[in-house]
Ligand binder design. Structure first.
Ligand SMILES: [Zn+2]
Ligand SMILES: [Zn+2]
Length: 278
């Protein structure tokens, strides 16, 4: 008796002969992907290396890459002309096939995408000569990547529909990596620069020239400066992204205790020592 139970018939009796109710039922039961998956091309992730100077001033860079694009000749259909199609004989043009399965006492109806026409309902009779019936081609693409002032390391910029094509376009993500700089270390909107001076300069004070992102600057080192003391150059750091003003350049003063001394230097240090102990 149970052997003859047919869910499709039961539903038909309950809800009338409506396809949508079946679809809703199966959607609920098996999840969204059970029916034809909405096709979308993959996203493309590209890494772009920039200099710290690019962060300071902002820049535009041309990015060229290869991706799958829709064939313009056949508008992605894969057919030589709009007449070069015939209705799929397996699914009769519906794009889906019903599979009836018995499981124990029950009988299930499963609706799947037609394997012959891949759910399209149509079969190409004459393939497009440019894409060989694929409807898509590997081609070079390019975008102008606009790098805003003050951009952070690791930020991804999104370019809508510049990704791979597969029915529709995915997106392109350009991840910005800031290369290490030969002089500066970044700390948020500040840049850190280590300036090495001599031991006597630290004791007596001096003037030195330091590089900044905006050209060289003379700075005054006061006498008696301590190791790792910081001198702040206001507004010589990086611009705040999407805002006003700039960070600072922090000049860290470093020096070494002299190791190799000339005879004369030794004499002078001995004199200093005697002066201190007396
Ligand atoms: Zn078919
Ligand atoms: Zn084509």
């Amino acid at each position: 008796m149970f052997r003859n139970v047919n869910f499709e018939d039961i539903f038909r009796d309950l809800f009338g002969n409506s396809d949508s109710i079946f679809k809703d039922f199966f959607k609920f039961d098996f999840g969204r992907d059970f029916f034809r998956r909405e096709e979308r091309g993959r996203n493309i992730n590209v890494r772009m290396e920039i200099e710290l100077e690019d962060v300071a001033f902002g820049t535009k860079k041309n990015l060229t890459y290869t991706r799958t694009k829709r064939c313009d000749y056949c508008n992605g259909t894969g057919a030589e002309s709009p007449e070069d199609f015939k209705t799929c004989d397996l699914c009769k043009g519906t794009g889906e096939v019903k599979e009836v399965k018995r499981m124990g006492f029950s009988q299930f109806v499963r609706i799947t995408s037609c394997p012959k026409c891949k759910g399209k309902g149509k079969i190409i009779t004459k393939k497009c000569k440019y894409c060989n019936g694929n409807g898509k081609l590997r081609e070079k693409s390019s975008v102008v990547v606009e790098i805003p002032k003050g951009i952070r390391d690791g930020v991804s910029l999104r370019y809508k529909e510049m990704g791979e094509y597969r029915g529709s376009y995915g997106d392109l993500y350009v991840t910005i990596r800031v290369k290490p700089h030969r002089f500066f270390k970044r700390d948020g909107n500040n840049v850190i620069y280590r300036a090495e001076i001599s031991f006597p300069e630290a004791v007596l004070g001096t003037k030195i020239e330091v590089p900044t992102l905006y050209g060289n600057e003379m700075i005054k080192i006061p006498s008696g400066i301590q190791y790792n003391d910081e001198i702040k150059l206001r507004g010589k750091g990086l611009p705040r992204m999407g805002s006003f003003g700039k960070g600072d350049q922090i000049v860290k003063i470093v020096f070494r205790t002299p190791e190799k001394l000339s005879r004369r230097e030794k004499e002078l240090y001995r004199e200093l020592l005697e002066l201190h102990s007396s």
